[in-house]
Ligand binder design. Structure first.
Ligand SMILES: Cc1ncc(COP(=O)(O)O)c(C=O)c1O
Length: 442
């Protein structure tokens, strides 16, 4: 489907969603419809209808534009949700696609009616692959980042004498999972710490480069840390690893959907991510991109129906998972279309703009705050983590939800503090209000 017809599809869905779910008046009070998309499900809620004119490419600081984007989400009135690092809402258009496909399956679960999902799934694969800059043969659609990470951890033939180098800020699924596997296989896990407060990419890369030895087989790290907000110089690290014949596993849970990505340029061997975070896509769906050259080195974690066929289709051997929630899988394409409709640079620009405003607001309101997230823009993204001296962060995070309806996260351990992770459905006013709300509990 071309981008332009995709847009018609998208905006028509927005209109359909508005009619069904009671979106704001401006959504349904918009202009006319163009083409009818053959892939829409007839008679069950997705169909032609009015769609809003919302041109792509809103400037990062165009509050009026982003206020309209916010209205495309079914957010509870008054809620200030700033927790994209954990779970994002889907816009009406994605929600409605999931609902419609789910209703379709439940209305007629015959093989004949569900046959279409195979083509729709391959369309979704193609769209997701293009979205991150890889060929469809390198794209597996699985259930989440955790599954992708564990597939690599359990799927590599490693043994005594082999070393795996990890970032100590990795998510447990790319961290503890290696320890568990090493107990069975006898390889060595080496953890790398980056200097606290470092924001210079060279300073961040240095400890990893020092840790690589002739025995290193894997370098596994988060593109962007969910605990500190640090963005690693991933391209440089992947290049250094490739030169040494080391396989790279990049956990992209905090960048997929937030950044305009080009995985070819990034140079990683495996990239894992979830649909339900920054992509704002369906829940319990994810991606695992595996470079063609390393696919043979990784065993899949399971074998399902259609295994022989999956084997011939590159990364599909990693998503041979049995019955899936087809509605969620195929509606990832709608989530991609939503990003394309807004513009990938615009999404990243807005997310970065709001994260910078969070940092500024924290600096002003809490001059003694300890900013765990680096200042330089090249070493951060949409996740801002800061400690407030003398404050019970857990109590503050619970308190702001009760008093001001602010959804954020409290972090423990080395990067103890509050995490605010804004996305395109947030406004500048919300950033300021969230920080003010914290002040009321500090
Ligand atoms: C860096 C990172 N990796 C993996 C995950 C796990 O994501 P999921 O639960 O969607 O598998 C998270 C969740 O926050 C994360 O931040």
């Amino acid at each position: 489907m071309s981008l332009s017809s995709r847009r018609h599809f998208l905006f028509r869905l927005m209109g359909g969603a508005a009619a069904t779910l009671g979106a704001p008046a401006w959504v349904s009070a918009a202009t006319s419809v163009v083409d009818r998309d053959q892939r829409a499900v007839p008679g069950i809620g997705i169909g032609p209808g009015p769609f809003p004119e919302l041109p792509a490419g809103g400037a990062p600081d165009d509050e009026a534009y982003w206020a309209r984007v916010k209205e495309l989400f079914p957010l509870a009135p008054g809620l200030i949700l700033m927790n994209a690092a954990n779970l994002c809402p889907s816009p009406y258009v994605v929600q409605e696609a999931v609902f419609a496909h789910t209703r379709d399956v439940d209305r007629d679960a015959s093989f004949q009616n569900r046959e279409k999902f195979e083509a729709l799934r391959e369309d979704a694969r193609t769209d997701l692959a293009a979205y991150v800059g890889v060929p469809p043969e390198e794209m597996a659609i699985n259930r989440n980042t955790s599954e992708g990470n564990n597939t690599v951890v359990n799927g590599l033939d490693l043994g005594p004498g082999d070393e795996v180098v990890l970032w100590d800020q990795n998510h447990p699924t790319n961290n503890v999972s290696w320890d568990v596997r090493s107990r069975r296989r006898g390889f060595t896990v080496r953890r790398v710490a980056t200097p606290p407060g470092a924001g210079d990419p060279r300073e961040l890369a240095e400890p990893f480069l020092r840790a690589l030895t002739p025995r290193t087989r894997v370098l596994a790290f988060s593109h962007l840390s969910n605990v500190s907000g640090v963005l690693l110089p991933t391209r440089e690290l992947c290049q250094a690893a490739r030169e040494r014949g080391v396989l790279t596993l990049v956990d992209g849970a905090q960048t997929f959907g937030a950044f305009k990505l080009d995985l070819r340029d990034l140079g990683c061997d495996v990239f894992t991510a979830s649909s339900h975070k920054w992509l704002m896509g369906p829940k319990e769906a994810g991606i695992m991109c595996v470079r063609a050259e390393v696919q043979d080195r990784i065993w899949p974690s399971g074998v399902g129906v259609g295994w022989e066929r999956a084997l011939e289709r590159g990364a599909q051997k990693f998503d041979n998972l049995g019955q899936r929630d087809d509605a969620a899988v195929v509606s990832m394409a709608t989530a991609v279309a939503f990003h394309q409709a807004l513009g990938l640079e615009a999404v990243e620009g807005r997310m970065r703009y709001l994260a910078s405003r969070v940092m500024e607001a924290v600096d002003v309101r809490f001059p003694r705050a300890r900013m765990h997230t680096p200042r330089p823009v090249e070493s951060r993204g949409g996740v801002v983590v800061f400690g407030l001296p003398g404050v019970d962060h857990d109590a503050a995070y619970r308190g702001v939800y009760r008093s001001h309806h602010v959804g954020c996260a409290a972090m423990t351990g080395e990067f103890e503090g509050i995490r605010l992770s804004p996305h395109v459905y947030n406004t500048l006013w919300e950033v300021e209000t969230a920080v003010e709300a914290l002040a009321a509990h500090a």
